[in-house]
Write a protein that binds this ligand. Structure first.
Ligand SMILES: [Zn+2]
Length: 180
């Protein structure tokens, strides 16, 4: 609030409270110094709230307190609105499960397209899912990343390094025969 706004506020306050004088230049100056960051509409609401519940003379601290409360409530409302607007984030485990299920579906579909037995294709997809969940001890491919050979290129002859298939076998008990 600038001095003009403080003068207007004190003018209103003086009609509610005869202990406040509307015309004191000194008061206008000191109040506008204390309340320089408080917007006028907020101060006017603070004045209204104050004299609805209190017979005490309003002090700049009452207005600042009202301003702080209003800002806090605004921030909370904004925060809650943002939370509601955000799609629920999947945790990492759920995300990986979806990725692996997708890979398995694609693998099965490809196998069927190639004329392989769907049951066998499913088994291979399960196996693929099992080793893909683990890092490769040989080429250090991370989970959900395919094994790579020299030059970082994908393997051609097998789907994954034997060490990774063995690790998957030990972990899951699945048959880990890779697609040929
Ligand atoms: Zn590997």
């Amino acid at each position: 609030m600038n001095a003009a706004e403080v003068a207007q506020l004190l003018g209103i306050a003086s009609t509610l409270d005869n202990r406040i004088s509307a015309g004191s230049k000194m008061q206008v100056r000191t109040w506008s110094h204390v309340l320089d960051d408080v917007p006028y509409p907020v101060a006017e609401r603070a004045l209204r709230e104050h004299y609805r519940r209190s017979t005490a003379t309003i002090m700049p601290a009452d207005i600042v307190e009202h301003w702080r409360t209003a800002r806090r409530e605004n921030a909370e409302q904004r925060h809650n609105a943002e939370l509601r607007a955000q799609p629920r984030q999947l945790d990492d485990t759920a995300r990986l499960r979806i990725i692996r299920a997708g890979i398995a579906r694609v693998t099965t579909a490809l196998a069927i397209t190639r004329g392989l037995d769907p049951a066998r294709a499913q088994a291979e997809a399960d196996a693929r899912r099992a080793w893909l969940a683990l890092p490769c001890p040989h080429c250090h491919a991370r989970p959900d990343h395919p094994c790579t050979g020299s030059g970082g290129r994908p393997l051609r002859k097998t789907a994954a390094h034997p060490a990774r298939l063995d690790a998957a076998h030990a972990t899951s008990g699945h048959t880990t025969e890779g697609p040929r």
